[in-house]
Design a binder for this molecule. Sequence first.
Ligand code: TXA
Ligand code: MG
Length: 315
Amino acid sequence: MSILSSTPAAIADAARLLAAGRLIAFPTETVYGLGGDATNDAAVAAIFAAKGRPSFNPLIVHGPDAESFAGAVVFDDRARLLADRFWPGPLTLVLPRHPAATVSLLASAGLDSIAVRVPAHPIARDLLAAAGTLVAAPSANPSGRISPTTAHHVEDGLGDKVAMILDGGPCAVGVESTVIDLTGPVPTLLRPGGVTHEALSQAIGPVAIAGPVQPQGLKSPGMLSSHYAPTLPVRLNVREARPDEALLGFGACGQAQLNLSPAGDLTEAAANLFAMLRRLDDSRFAAIAVSPVPEHGLGLAINDRLRRAAAPRSS
Ligand code: TXA
Ligand code: MG
């Protein structure tokens, strides 16, 4: 495996590797993705194996534009409106599977829906255009661990499992895409992310928020309780850290080891979240304490990831 700067030649090589059924990691505006040809069962199976991901957890299918999904999923008016408004960008639409879809059933975990997204990162868009196939791509981290926002994070977690890592610098958004389910009459937010609940409701009216579910009844397995987890224990809504805790601050909070955004800006905090959790996880402290983060806008996605990082571990 090698980390390559994303020259046109490197992007063309990555596209050839995808066509040959290999796995490559690439930058998106949210987090780095672990990409494989979504129509190739063996490539999709290799993604699950590389991540150690439970196979009931379906993958997001990426394309260069909305048109690329024409024979894969069925768009209704709400889906078209959201695609026009937010693509390319950090929004994933769960839509009914098209009867003629060639997307691997393994990618959608056998569901009759498929999650689709057009990422905004220019390298991702060039790669997807060059690949000439839809690309299944979960975040490029071992299942349950912190998502990668730099090429080096990918190398740390999955370096020996990918044929190539395309480097696009740090991810600008820093938390994963928002996942919205449009298969039923009521649009439902399955995972808060880079596009806010407020922005979605402004575009299409009321959007329900799915409650946490058990793995057996999984609607969006990003809802598994422990996820995005550092090695150290995490304690939330802390105003004063204990002596053996590293404080991850937000806003004006005094003595923090690192601060997500000293100015209290949620966009900056989202972009810093995963990289700062990793740095504190590697520190000499016994635990990570986190300042309160307001529960609106991108704060919903940040708090969702933090609650999972703090959730009791199953192993
Ligand atoms: O920002 C992102 O979305 C990144 C980048 C690489 O695009 N990808 C990502 O993928 O976060 P992943 O696999 O880590 O998360 C996919 C989420 C999971 O919560 C999964 O359960 C949900 O999307 N999902 C995928 N297909 C689904 C479906 N058919 N129905 C319901 N949820 C689905
Ligand atoms: Mg993930």
